[in-house]
Design a protein. Structure first.
Length: 154
Protein backbone atom coordinates (compact mmCIF):
# COMPACT_ATOMS: atom_id res chain seq x y z
CA UNK A 1 0.00 0.00 0.00
CA UNK A 2 1.41 3.36 -1.03
CA UNK A 3 0.91 6.09 1.55
CA UNK A 4 1.67 9.78 1.75
CA UNK A 5 2.91 10.32 5.29
CA UNK A 6 3.17 14.07 5.38
CA UNK A 7 2.42 16.95 3.10
CA UNK A 8 3.63 20.53 3.11
CA UNK A 9 0.80 23.04 3.26
CA UNK A 10 0.72 26.36 1.50
CA UNK A 11 0.61 24.96 -2.00
CA UNK A 12 -2.84 24.14 -3.34
CA UNK A 13 -3.45 20.50 -2.54
CA UNK A 14 -0.17 20.21 -0.60
CA UNK A 15 3.18 18.72 -1.59
CA UNK A 16 4.00 15.15 -0.48
CA UNK A 17 7.18 14.94 1.60
CA UNK A 18 7.24 11.14 1.82
CA UNK A 19 5.50 8.73 -0.50
CA UNK A 20 6.39 5.10 0.02
CA UNK A 21 5.02 1.74 1.07
CA UNK A 22 3.90 1.72 4.68
CA UNK A 23 6.40 -1.02 5.54
CA UNK A 24 9.32 0.91 3.97
CA UNK A 25 9.16 4.19 5.90
CA UNK A 26 12.67 5.68 6.11
CA UNK A 27 14.34 5.53 9.54
CA UNK A 28 15.28 9.21 9.23
CA UNK A 29 12.23 10.88 7.66
CA UNK A 30 12.36 14.52 6.51
CA UNK A 31 12.52 17.24 9.14
CA UNK A 32 9.11 18.41 10.23
CA UNK A 33 7.46 15.00 10.11
CA UNK A 34 5.12 14.89 13.12
CA UNK A 35 6.25 12.50 15.87
CA UNK A 36 2.87 10.83 16.07
CA UNK A 37 3.18 9.69 12.45
CA UNK A 38 6.50 8.02 13.21
CA UNK A 39 5.14 6.41 16.39
CA UNK A 40 2.15 5.07 14.48
CA UNK A 41 3.96 3.77 11.39
CA UNK A 42 7.30 2.62 12.83
CA UNK A 43 6.43 1.63 16.40
CA UNK A 44 2.76 0.68 15.93
CA UNK A 45 1.76 2.98 18.80
CA UNK A 46 -1.69 4.42 18.32
CA UNK A 47 -3.23 7.07 20.49
CA UNK A 48 -6.79 6.50 21.60
CA UNK A 49 -8.95 9.54 21.03
CA UNK A 50 -10.75 11.15 23.91
CA UNK A 51 -14.51 11.15 23.99
CA UNK A 52 -15.52 12.93 20.82
CA UNK A 53 -18.81 14.18 22.27
CA UNK A 54 -19.44 17.10 24.59
CA UNK A 55 -22.46 17.38 26.88
CA UNK A 56 -23.98 20.80 27.32
CA UNK A 57 -27.09 22.55 28.55
CA UNK A 58 -29.00 25.25 26.67
CA UNK A 59 -30.71 27.99 28.69
CA UNK A 60 -32.03 31.47 27.94
CA UNK A 61 -29.54 34.27 28.57
CA UNK A 62 -30.40 36.28 31.73
CA UNK A 63 -31.01 39.38 29.57
CA UNK A 64 -33.32 37.49 27.20
CA UNK A 65 -37.09 37.24 27.24
CA UNK A 66 -37.00 33.99 25.24
CA UNK A 67 -38.61 30.96 26.89
CA UNK A 68 -36.74 27.97 28.28
CA UNK A 69 -36.53 24.80 26.25
CA UNK A 70 -38.02 21.69 27.83
CA UNK A 71 -35.44 19.63 29.78
CA UNK A 72 -35.47 16.93 27.09
CA UNK A 73 -34.55 19.51 24.43
CA UNK A 74 -32.16 21.60 26.55
CA UNK A 75 -29.72 18.90 27.72
CA UNK A 76 -27.68 17.73 24.73
CA UNK A 77 -24.63 15.75 23.75
CA UNK A 78 -23.06 16.46 20.37
CA UNK A 79 -19.79 15.90 18.49
CA UNK A 80 -17.14 18.29 19.74
CA UNK A 81 -16.58 19.52 16.17
CA UNK A 82 -20.17 20.82 15.97
CA UNK A 83 -20.26 24.52 15.07
CA UNK A 84 -22.10 27.08 17.17
CA UNK A 85 -24.13 28.03 14.08
CA UNK A 86 -25.72 24.55 14.24
CA UNK A 87 -26.53 25.04 17.93
CA UNK A 88 -28.17 28.40 17.10
CA UNK A 89 -30.14 26.77 14.28
CA UNK A 90 -31.30 24.04 16.70
CA UNK A 91 -32.52 26.66 19.19
CA UNK A 92 -34.27 28.56 16.39
CA UNK A 93 -36.07 25.41 15.28
CA UNK A 94 -37.15 24.40 18.78
CA UNK A 95 -38.29 27.89 19.79
CA UNK A 96 -39.75 28.70 16.40
CA UNK A 97 -42.22 25.82 16.51
CA UNK A 98 -44.16 27.19 19.48
CA UNK A 99 -43.44 30.89 19.10
CA UNK A 100 -46.28 33.36 19.02
CA UNK A 101 -44.52 36.52 20.27
CA UNK A 102 -44.62 39.31 17.68
CA UNK A 103 -46.93 37.53 15.22
CA UNK A 104 -44.21 37.01 12.62
CA UNK A 105 -44.36 33.21 12.55
CA UNK A 106 -42.73 32.94 9.11
CA UNK A 107 -39.71 35.02 10.08
CA UNK A 108 -36.97 32.87 11.65
CA UNK A 109 -35.40 33.91 14.91
CA UNK A 110 -31.87 35.20 14.79
CA UNK A 111 -30.21 33.59 17.81
CA UNK A 112 -26.90 34.44 19.45
CA UNK A 113 -25.21 31.79 21.59
CA UNK A 114 -23.08 32.78 24.59
CA UNK A 115 -20.94 30.98 27.14
CA UNK A 116 -20.81 33.03 30.32
CA UNK A 117 -20.49 36.60 29.11
CA UNK A 118 -18.68 35.62 25.90
CA UNK A 119 -20.76 35.95 22.75
CA UNK A 120 -19.65 33.04 20.56
CA UNK A 121 -18.77 33.18 16.90
CA UNK A 122 -20.93 31.02 14.68
CA UNK A 123 -17.77 29.40 13.30
CA UNK A 124 -16.52 28.25 16.74
CA UNK A 125 -16.77 24.57 17.61
CA UNK A 126 -18.08 23.14 20.89
CA UNK A 127 -14.55 21.97 21.67
CA UNK A 128 -13.13 25.47 21.19
CA UNK A 129 -15.79 26.89 23.50
CA UNK A 130 -15.11 24.18 26.11
CA UNK A 131 -11.36 24.89 26.09
CA UNK A 132 -11.32 28.69 25.86
CA UNK A 133 -14.60 29.94 27.37
CA UNK A 134 -15.94 27.40 29.86
CA UNK A 135 -13.70 27.85 32.90
CA UNK A 136 -15.61 25.55 35.25
CA UNK A 137 -15.86 21.81 35.58
CA UNK A 138 -18.98 19.82 34.90
CA UNK A 139 -21.53 20.28 32.19
CA UNK A 140 -21.05 23.29 29.92
CA UNK A 141 -23.91 25.80 29.89
CA UNK A 142 -24.62 27.76 26.71
CA UNK A 143 -27.14 30.57 26.76
CA UNK A 144 -29.19 31.93 23.89
CA UNK A 145 -30.79 35.27 23.13
CA UNK A 146 -32.13 37.10 20.12
CA UNK A 147 -29.45 38.60 17.94
CA UNK A 148 -29.53 42.42 17.85
CA UNK A 149 -31.03 43.49 14.55
CA UNK A 150 -29.01 45.95 12.50
CA UNK A 151 -30.60 49.32 11.90
CA UNK A 152 -31.34 50.08 8.21
CA UNK A 153 -28.90 52.57 6.70
CA UNK A 154 -26.06 51.68 9.06
Amino acid sequence: IMVTLCSKEGVEGGVPLIRCRADHVPIDPPEGTPHWILACVQLHQYTVRDNTKISFLLAPHPSSALPELSPALARLSAPRALKISKVARYVEEKLGNGRIGNGMMNEPLAITIACGENILRDSSSLYTVRIFCWKQGGEMVLTYKERAREQPGR
